[in-house]
Design a protein around this ligand. Sequence first.
Ligand code: ZN
Length: 192
Amino acid sequence: MKLGVVTYGHPVLREKGKRIEKITPEIQQLIADMFETMYDAHGVGLAAQQVGKALQLTVIDVRESKERPSTLELEGRPADPASIMPLVLINPKWTPLNEEEPGPEGCLSFPEIYADIKRPESIDVTATNAKGENISFRCGGLLARAIQHEYDHLHGILFIDRMEKSDRKKIQKELDGLQYTTKQLIKKGRRD
Ligand code: ZN
């Protein structure tokens, strides 16, 4: 089932996600619904907070983004990033492997808003998958960026928090407008 994506101004986007200790049927259903929602919105990643659930759960699929490549290493060997897609990350952790560099980002909770954000180009990732197994891999490019963006969501951090001050200033009016609209929708009981 397609879920509603909450937009900037909804308090759940600032909540740190609870760890998931057991993959229940409810969690499996949530994962399926999050993929449906993400594909419908043509996103490459979606965090549980964005569908109103403060949990350590995100879904990612970068296969459609041919113009922004990703790299993957499994057990020290180069692998096809598509081989781990669609990707479910539960309770993920990551460590940086190099310096930050800017790259373009958008977010389904911020329609029509884009900015360059500085993040490490490649990272090591550990997480639990949808079967409850521990997984680890090294990745770069768009996949590494998407994972860091979604990891931030799981901790109540938004990409606007990482924008250059000058970029943020340019879009502040749009942000204020979006926040206002979201709060109005909540008031009317349409987004709770
Ligand atoms: Zn986002």
